[in-house]
Design a protein around this ligand. Structure first.
Ligand SMILES: [Zn+2]
Ligand SMILES: [Zn+2]
Length: 176
């Protein structure tokens, strides 16, 4: 993703509005390697600019994605994640308990699908997701947010005691 200043110029050049709210969202995203959800971008933006609307966050994320400035990822964590790191091809580490996502810069060589196995698909480059437990979760007892209970690996989904954090964000967005 370009710098907030460059993005402002780019938005203007494309006839898109550049408001202080949008610039705030650019700042939240710039250099953000947490692969935030729309809700967490909103939470960070609202801390800086209390009047900002969730709708503005969604619209700005949408515009940035259209322009190829951020990637939209579904990593099976229960919410769409946004990745400002579009400059270098990379893979992801995903914590199956807390949903933490980290960039993984490892070259796995030339993975490809043999012609005979493509079933009519034209296949792009592989994106690899490694699921496991982040350092923090590996050292704490299992408390899995209910929102993650639909993730592919359900083996340790037993406890719903850590949902408070997410539900407060959901409440706020529901009022928009
Ligand atoms: Zn974790
Ligand atoms: Zn990434």
């Amino acid at each position: 993703m370009r710098s907030p200043e460059e993005l402002s110029a780019l938005f203007k050049a494309q006839g898109l509005k550049v408001t202080p709210q949008r610039q705030c969202i650019f700042r939240v995203l710039h250099g953000n390697d947490a692969h935030p959800t729309a809700e967490s971008v909103f939470a960070a933006a609202v801390a800086e600019m209390p009047g900002i609307a969730l709708k503005t966050v969604y619209q700005t994320l949408h515009d940035l994605a259209e322009m190829g400035e951020i990637a939209v990822l579904d990593l099976g964590t229960g919410a769409t994640r946004f990745d400002p790191n579009v400059g270098s091809r990379h893979h992801h580490l995903v914590c199956r308990r807390c949903g933490k996502v980290r960039d993984l810069h490892v070259d796995f060589g030339s993975l490809s699908v043999p012609e005979a196995d493509r079933q009519g698909f034209s296949v792009g480059s592989p994106e690899i997701v490694f699921r496991g437990l982040c350092g923090q979760c590996a050292h704490t007892p299992a408390t899995v947010p209910a929102t993650l209970s639909t993730a592919t690996d359900r083996s340790s989904v037993t406890d719903r005691s850590s949902v408070t954090d997410r539900s407060s964000v959901t409440d706020r967005s529901a009022k928009e």
